[in-house]
Design a protein around this ligand. Structure first.
Ligand code: ADP
Ligand code: MG
Length: 347
């Protein structure tokens, strides 16, 4: 199983950023309202993610690290999603096969749910809850993970040390600490941009890079956008909020006054998932070109919401592609919404 896991790991784990992506998704799946991310040396030496989600029961801890162990498949529909997505239940096993991984958790007490007050930073909240927590460790393999008592508040912490320590060939492909951190930060950014209700923090080599409180009001959300995308963007953009024919588009688009240094500031979420799609890109570009006479360097953070039955987000698990049932309708809706918003503020 070790070799198989390392091969599977090649698909899931390419670099520290892919580890962070999987761990973040797990924390959010577990209903966390607060996620604290601590990394060292671009994530190569250490990635530690702590959440206040439902946690994992002692008996389930070793299972969580074994292959195809997922707690998330209940229905036939889910099984079909597995067939398309491929990686279900493999992330932790794959990551642990190429690193020194530990998983510490205290399951949430029955019936207790996380309130927004629980969104305070968790890093320091440690010693208050010493009982009822367990830790499982694996080093470059799985199945013989040992479980021991630990101190931990409700929720889970996954620690990944020395990524690719036992696969030097893969380790060679890692770039500089700075580059790896850049990729990793991008992953965190995307999640923070799509999950406003969750508090996030990101620290690199003991330095706080992002500290984001849960955001509910428009003002809170704009504060988060400013923190992640820069105040320049926030001050030079217009708010979009349009709803028609079962489609809703909201977010922010930059005005021509926005300085063009961040040409890659283009985030488009469909039902909460970041995507890159030609049809969407075309609609946005066309609106800019029509109103501002150029489509270059458009910058935006946009959220499209529609009936999940009208969009297939599983076209490819990692390429962030989608397929709309009615592409024409979606294209025209995006184009018209942006066109109007931009034209309204044209100098
Ligand atoms: P998947 O997410 O596809 O189920 P993973 O390998 O990522 O597979 O995780 C395996 C299992 O470990 C999950 O199904 C879940 O039960 C448990 N798990 C992982 N991370 C967490 C977490 N942060 N909180 C609670 N449970 C977790
Ligand atoms: Mg997972």
């Amino acid at each position: 199983p070790r070799l198989a896991n390392q091969i599977a790991a090649g698909e899931v784990v390419e670099r520290p950023a892919s580890v962070v992506k999987e761990l973040l998704e797990n924390s959010l799946d577990a209903g966390a309202r607060r996620v604290d991310i601590d990394v060292e040396n671009g994530g190569i030496k250490l990635i530690r993610i702590r959440d206040n989600g439902i946690g994992i029961a002692q008996d389930d801890l070793p299972l969580a690290l074994s292959r195809h162990a997922t707690s998330k498949i209940d229905t036939l529909d889910d099984l079909e999603a597995v067939a398309t997505l491929g990686f279900r239940g493999e992330a932790l096993a794959s990551i642990s096969s190429v690193s020194r991984l530990s998983l510490t958790s205290r399951p949430r007490a029955n019936g207790s749910s996380v309130s927004t007050e629980d969104a305070a930073p968790l890093i320091q909240a440690d010693s208050s809850a010493a009982e009822g927590a367990w830790k499982v460790e694996a080093e470059g393999r799985d199945m013989d993970a040992k479980v021991s008592p630990a101190a931990h508040p409700e929720g889970a912490t996954v620690e990944v040390r020395d990524l690719f320590f036992n696969t030097p060939a893969r380790r060679k492909f890692l770039r500089t600490e700075k580059t790896e951190f850049g990729h990793l930060e991008e992953v965190v950014k995307r999640q923070a941009l799509s999950r406003f209700e969750v508090g996030f923090s990101l620290r690199h080599n003991q330095r706080t890079i992002h500290s984001l409180r849960p955001a509910t009001s428009l003002q809170d959300k704009e504060r988060r956008i400013a923190a992640l995308c820069g105040t320049q963007f926030m001050e030079n953009s217009v708010v979009i909020d349009v709803e028609a024919s079962g489609l809703k588009l909201w977010g922010w688009v930059a005005l021509p006054t926005f300085s063009r240094s961040q040409a890659d500031l283009q985030y488009f979420f469909v039902n909460g998932r970041v995507i890159r799609d030609r049809l969407v890109a075309h609609a946005v570009k066309q609106a800019y070109r029509d109103v501002l006479y150029h489509g270059r360097h458009s910058a935006f953070v946009l959220y499209l919401e529609l009936d999940p039955a009208n969009v297939d987000v599983n076209v490819h698990p990692t390429k962030h592609e989608v397929r709309f049932r009615d592409g024409r309708l979606v294209h025209d809706f995006i184009f018209r919404s942006l066109h109007k918003a931009l034209a309204d503020v044209r100098p």
